[in-house]
Design a protein around this ligand. Structure first.
Ligand code: AMP
Ligand code: GLY
Length: 423
């Protein structure tokens, strides 16, 4: 079977890497891909949100399965368009992808079906949103409702910061029309865990847990990013917690989506805060996480392709998911300045040396090839991923590999996985 993976980040390299191990697969294409995917797949120069071109490519090249990485094409309806032409594609339809595309929709669903989440209010008026902070003066979180490339969430310590956040989103329109509606919610405290599940719309198969590191700098300081590193499993996420999350959050949500006439097929990703009152959902994403996918997939023992197929066919209840015991750690190597402005086009050295270490996979994110060189081509450049007998071993292996890699203007966190060590 020929498989098309859509996207060009670290998550997509990890997907291509895992899919390439399946005996069912004869050829892989990745659109647009990066230098890492080019080693295992044929890169196709079509951006992930050019749905018409992707559709034409899939039809022409007799693609048997398409797997979508990023949220944008899902929210735009790539699954609906592929399905209309009889193509097999893994992921939710546009109406189901609204769970990520609209935070207002997602919060309202959670409220209607009594799923645990932060208390919130919704505003479409800038003035009313500002007035909210006349009565509420404690810490709050202000969120643009629409897609904002992971940047539309502002943590506010007090009313003044809250009003500034509302001005930035609703008056200055810093996230464009994603900020036409805002959600203002209670600030939750606890450890964050990412829980991803396969679902065919009826059954839900949870993956092992992972923990992301969102802040740019060590010690969880600095601006929020797409994720600076992740590890799996997250020991705070116990088996009891897992059962609770499956029975009280994931499964009820999938049932709710069916009742709402928005049946859900694909990956359901719950960003959870483990509060003193139990796990509460911060957000749902409708896709694999990045970088969580990198440490998850190096630990996944089962072939991933039959799982994609079972989700499409509605036979997920017949599947099992097996994991390697060894923990894994992914350290994101980014361009200096990320998540703000950064330079591209720097030559990356030491990739072969790092990749030659045992139990290490260097996933590419923002890279491109030029002649025989590999150049930086994005904010997050590499996801250096290692497994080990325990988390400290995986951490030192990952950083050993990181130390072999160089370019002009590297930034990475030195404390990925360390949070787990202090407990
Ligand atoms: P979201 O995209 O909604 O998950 O928000 C991005 C990040 O902001 C999350 O991963 C959390 O670190 C943080 N966050 C979001 N909502 C809350 C909340 N209600 N309380 C505390 N932190 C939050
Ligand atoms: N790592 C966070 C995300 O994929 O949304």
């Amino acid at each position: 079977m020929r498989v098309l993976v859509i996207g060009g980040g670290g998550r997509e390299h990890a997907l291509v890497w895992k899919i390439s191990q399946s005996p069912e697969v004869t050829e892989i294409f990745c659109a647009p891909g990066n230098t890492g995917t080019a080693e295992l797949a044929n890169n196709v120069p079509i951006p992930a949100d050019h749905i018409d071109q992707l559709l034409a490519f899939a039809l022409e090249n007799k693609i048997g399965l398409t797997v979508v990485g990023p949220e944008q094409p899902l929210v735009m309806g790539i699954v609906d368009q592929f399905q209309e032409k009889g193509l097999r594609i893994f992921g939710p339809t546009a109406r189901a992808a609204e769970l990520e595309g609209s935070k207002v929709f997602s919060k309202n669903i959670m409220k209607k079906y009594e799923l645990p989440t932060a208390e919130y209010e919704i505003f479409t008026s800038h003035e009313k949103a500002r007035e909210y902070f006349n009565k509420e003066t404690g810490p709050r979180v202000v969120k643009a409702s629409g897609l904002a490339a992971g940047k539309g969430v502002i943590l506010c310590c007090n009313a003044e910061e809250g009003r500034n956040a509302v001005d930035l989103i609703m008056q200055d329109k810093s996230f464009g029309e994603a900020g036409d509606e805002v959600v203002i919610e209670e600030f939750l405290e606890g450890q964050e865990v990412s829980v991803l599940a396969f679902t065919d719309g009826n059954s839900v198969l949870l993956m092992d847990s992972a923990q992301d590191h969102k802040a740019a700098w060590d010690g969880d300081q600095g601006p929020n990013t797409g994720g600076m590193g992740a590890y799996s499993p997250a020991p705070v996420f116990t088996d009891t917690m897992r059962q609770l999350v499956r029975d009280k959050i994931m499964f009820p949500l999938i049932s709710a989506m069916k009742v709402e006439g928005r049946p859900y097929q694909g990956i359901l990703y719950a960003g959870l805060m483990l509060t003193k009152l139990g796990p509460k959902t911060l957000e749902f994403n409708v896709r694999f996480g990045d970088p969580e996918t990198q440490p998850l997939l190096v630990r996944m023992e089962s072939d991933i392709v039959p799982l994609f197929e079972a989700c499409i066919d509605g036979t997920l209840d017949q599947c099992e998911l097996k994991w390697k015991q060894e923990p894994s750690v992914c350290v994101v190597m980014a361009a200096k300045g990320y998540p703000g402005s950064y330079e591209k086009g720097k030559e990356i050295l030491g990739l072969d040396e790092a990749g030659a270490l045992s139990d290490v996979v260097v996933f590419h994110a923002g890279t491109k090839g030029e002649e025989d060189k590999v150049l930086t081509n994005g904010g997050r450049v590499l996801g250096v991923t290692a497994t080990g007998v325990d988390t400290p071993a995986a951490i030192s292996k990952a950083y050993e590999a990181v130390s072999k890699i160089q370019w002009d203007g590297i930034h990475y966190r030195k404390d990925i996985g360390a949070r787990e060590q202090v407990k």
